[in-house]
Design a binder for this molecule. Structure first.
Ligand code: NAG
Ligand code: NAG
Ligand code: NAG
Ligand code: NAG
Ligand code: NAG
Length: 233
């Protein structure tokens, strides 16, 4: 959506430039894209939400327009097994002005804000019968009443799903724990081997140093004798 916004605003800029400099060329170039991107309605990158029965969900929708809006009409509809049930509708007079929204559904609340081109709604206390497709529809009279819409899908799930999740979490943590244990054992083994090797090396060193100095019984005192002997010499 962001990259789309980027390209759209770039288009707007080009179009404005075109208006001043070489309108005809740019018009010819962008006329197709221009019309398709004049108004865009979006429900975001993710077109669905999974929500637990009884919870309250946000049905997101935003619009954007290069040429600006005037008396933008929008509504939300629920596809009730083929028949479209209108949940709410409103007209946004000009950009940045919050509309007076008529709500036809007792559990729908309009939470949009025109300052952010946001025409989202909340659906309170959902049940399984609320599952399905919600259409965010918008029409901008500035562009010959072309229709724009985006569909958001609501999936209602049971608490069971959460239990499933905790089960997978448990399984994953058990597997993770086992892997961790194996790694720990391997690290310990490597460490022990390292220590053993160090001890063996020290023993060898001791043998060498003790062989160098005749009058010592063990490696440690031998090394001491050596360091003491050096300044004397
Ligand atoms: C869904 O939730 C409602 C109220 O939160 C409850 O009355 C209903 O029994 C639940 N349905 C199921 C299938 O769990
Ligand atoms: C939806 O409509 C189909 C026929 O169009 C019908 O067979 C089905 O029972 C309906 N489902 C519900 C939940 O009303
Ligand atoms: C949602 O459910 C709660 C508790 O069941 C209730 O207090 C609240 O009024 C409900 N909200 C709507 C919009 O129905
Ligand atoms: C639209 O407004 C709602 C409620 O204020 C908010 O939760 C949501 O994040 C907004 N969406 C965008 C795309 O700004
Ligand atoms: C736009 O949608 C309206 C219903 O809201 C419909 O009557 C009209 O024919 C549609 N226009 C186009 C061009 O699809």
């Amino acid at each position: 959506m962001d990259s789309w916004k980027g390209s759209a605003s770039a288009l707007c800029r080009y179009a404005r430039l075109g208006g001043t400099f070489h309108a005809s060329l740019l018009l010819a170039l962008f006329v197709g894209v221009w019309y398709s991107q004049a108004l865009e309605v979006s429900v975001g990158k993710v077109h669905y939400v999974e929500a637990v029965n009884g919870s309250t969900v946000l049905l997101p929708c935003t619009y954007s327009s290069c040429i600006g809006i005037k008396n933008l009409y929008f509504n939300w509809q629920y596809n009730d097994n083929g028949t479209m049930e209108k949940l709410c509708e409103a007209v946004i007079p000009i950009e940045g002005v919050d509309p007076h929204v008529r709500v036809y559904h007792e559990r729908v609340e309009y939470v949009g804000t025109s300052k952010q081109n946001n025409i989202s709604i909340l659906l309170w206390n959902i049940t399984y019968s609320d599952e399905g497709e919600y259409t965010c529809f918008a029409r901008n009279p500035k562009e010959k009443n072309r229709n724009h819409s985006a569909i958001f899908t609501l999936i209602v799930v049971d608490e069971l799903k959460v239990i499933d999740n905790t089960l997978t979490v448990i399984i994953l943590s058990v597997v993770g724990g086992i892997i961790g244990l194996i790694i720990l054992v391997m690290v310990m083994r490597a460490l022990i081997q390292l220590i053993m090797r160090k001890v063996q090396e020290k023993n060898k060193e001791c043998l060498v140093s003790s062989s160098g100095i005749d009058n010592t019984e063990n490696g440690l005192s031998g090394a001491k004798a050596e360091t003491k002997a050096t300044p004397k010499a």
